[in-house]
Design a protein around this ligand. Structure first.
Ligand SMILES: *[C@@H]1O[C@H](CO)[C@@H](O)[C@H](O)[C@H]1NC(C)=O
Length: 270
């Protein structure tokens, strides 16, 4: 009994001592706010993306931590220490850092954004940093125009090319386009001599149009499928890609030959 109460007493005393020690540590590090004792902010202002804020004691102005810089931490109370991440950033603690309660500032909006300058940024923080540089250089502030990439006019990635085959064969032309928003692909046949274009598929029962998204993001692939091939289908076909930002087109040709021997050998193949 007696041993037990002695142990209890010691424990209580240790707890009291620990509380008093931690209290005195905080008060010693913060103390009264003496602005003259504060370290000055960097002459060129805080690093891009980091803003001036008050330290954890609410006393000195310090640069908040920028992306990739350390944040948090048990001793954040020390005057002058930047423990907070800049606006738009959050302090992420890794498992290893859990003990020290310190982490690294990472971007909250960790996805691509389109700036008012028409440039796509990797993250909202990259945009913010670029905006800071622009303003420092006397240019306009860059704002987020939309989430995701900036809109771009279509570009033909793979043009339809040339196809040779005999009557009765099964042939196709394909066309790959990219753009943001994803373009819409249509096909037209150039009507020889008349300078006219005929929107496909028209009423031909041996011709089909097929479109599919991909293979890449914001890409689309379109096909003209012909089976069986006849002299009527010989000629030029235009692949047309359009979205809200513009359009692009490329022309492919179908040649109907009398014999497979008449097909020109492609360069580079033996
Ligand atoms: C011609 O079409 C046939 C299918 O009908 C195909 O097997 C063949 O590879 C084609 N020839 C050429 C040169 O494209």
């Amino acid at each position: 009994m007696r041993t037990m109460s002695t142990t209890m007493m010691m424990m209580v005393m240790m707890m009291l001592y620990a509380t008093a020690a931690s209290a005195s540590r905080v008060s010693r590090s913060c103390g009264t706010c003496d602005l003259a004792a504060c370290a000055p902010l960097p002459a060129g202002g805080c690093a891009a993306g980091a803003a001036a804020a008050l330290d954890a004691c609410g006393c000195c102005a310090v640069c908040s931590a920028a992306e990739g810089e350390r944040c948090g931490g048990g001793r954040g109370g020390a005057a002058g220490a930047a423990a907070r991440c800049a606006p738009g950033l959050e302090c992420v603690k890794s498992d290893k850092d859990k003990k020290s309660k310190a982490g690294v500032c990472v971007c909250k909006a960790n996805h691509e954004v389109c700036g008012s300058d028409g440039v796509t940024y990797r993250t909202g923080c990259d945009l913010k940093a670029a905006s800071g540089r622009a303003v420092a250089a006397g240019q306009a502030e860059i704002k987020i125009q939309n989430k995701g990439r900036c809109a771009t006019a279509p570009v033909i990635v793979t043009a339809p090319g040339e196809v040779y085959n005999v009557s009765g064969a099964q042939v196709y032309l394909s066309c790959e386009a990219i753009g943001i928003p994803t373009p819409v692909v249509t096909w037209k046949k150039l009507v020889s001599g008349k300078g006219r274009m005929e929107l496909l598929p028209g009423d031909k029962d041996n011709l089909a149009i097929q479109t599919r998204g991909g293979p890449e993001k914001h890409e689309v692939t379109g096909w003209v499928l012909i089976s069986p091939l006849s002299e009527d289908e010989a000629g030029s076909y235009e692949c047309h890609a359009a979205n809200s930002k513009g359009e692009a087109s490329a022309v492919g040709t179908i040649h109907v030959v009398d014999s497979l021997d008449d097909i020109p050998v492609k360069k580079g193949t033996s």
